[in-house]
Design a protein around this ligand. Sequence first.
Ligand code: GLY
Length: 376
Amino acid sequence: MKESTTVVIGGGIIGLSIAWRLAKEGQSVTVIERGEVGQEASRVAAGMLAASAEVGYEEFELYALCRESLRQWPNFARELESDSGINVDYRSHGTLIVADDRDAAVALKRGFDFQKENNYPVEWLTREETLELEPFLSPRIVASVLASEDHAIDNRMVIMGLREAVKRRGGTILEKTTVESVDLTGTEVAVQMQGRSDLVADRIVLAAGAWSRQIAGIPSDLVPPVRPVKGQILELKMEAPFELNHVIRGRKAYLVPRTDGRLIVGATSEEMGFDKRMTAGGVYSILEGAWEMVPGIHDLELLSIEVGLRPGSRDHQPIVGYCRDRRVYIATGHYRHGVILSAITAIESAKSILSGNDSPILSYFSPKRFGHLDVK
Ligand code: GLY
């Protein structure tokens, strides 16, 4: 196969995953990251692979994509571990979606009926069954839904694994490197960076998350409509006798246990532009929501509070695929689903870039759905 050259702009989980899959296929790939890889939204995530628990009503296409990605994850994680030598803490305990009052139980039942009608792999559990699975849940819990196929990984370990795997597969990662502009006037694409000579490539993959609108030189009709959606999360330290094994989701918060004893608790969803301040109100609302479901968190040590900016698109669906100018491939807008969708995005995008064809699996999420990005 002829080697083609790709420059990936943005070293988050999406950009790195695509770069890894391309490098694995022997392609020449360079990732440019203005900070250090994976330190924005990809880091400030809980690592839920939560297709059934997180995707809302009517989001059929997104649900199908998440399910397909979830199906790919066990292999994707194994391959990544073998390529990098880094364990990504894949946990298959499942997710409990809990209702802690009657109102919440009615809403949960409505969602459950909808999920059953659509053959989602979910099971209704009574209060007693729920508490038997997770004794540290509040005795106020009315019922829960077990989504046994909704798993979790440690997104920070995935980032470390991807960084290593890209390099071991011969890819290049340029960190602390800012793209000044992209020049699309020639046959090839020239990427200009601060303090470095230009890179010339066959194409760019624009995967700069919430910052994807800020790359100079990309024609306005190719710029993806994304905005930052702020999320604050906390890390607690689980200590015996406290224990949680499943991911726990309620209306106001979620809790995601790691094998090393950390408990990730999230998250706010705030329209605050590029504001990355931690706020008392944000932390209060996450802790209140988590404490109502799992009162035992009260005594756990608080290890950290972090803020991330999710890339939310205009319709809250990912934007992935070729643009009118097929030298520009977009992979952003994953909003709350960047971690789960990184597997399918990377696998299908790499196939698409290698073949030059659009991915049928990603067609619903094409950048071309936005009028201003359309092709004639
Ligand atoms: N996927 C979890 C979040 O966005 O908060």
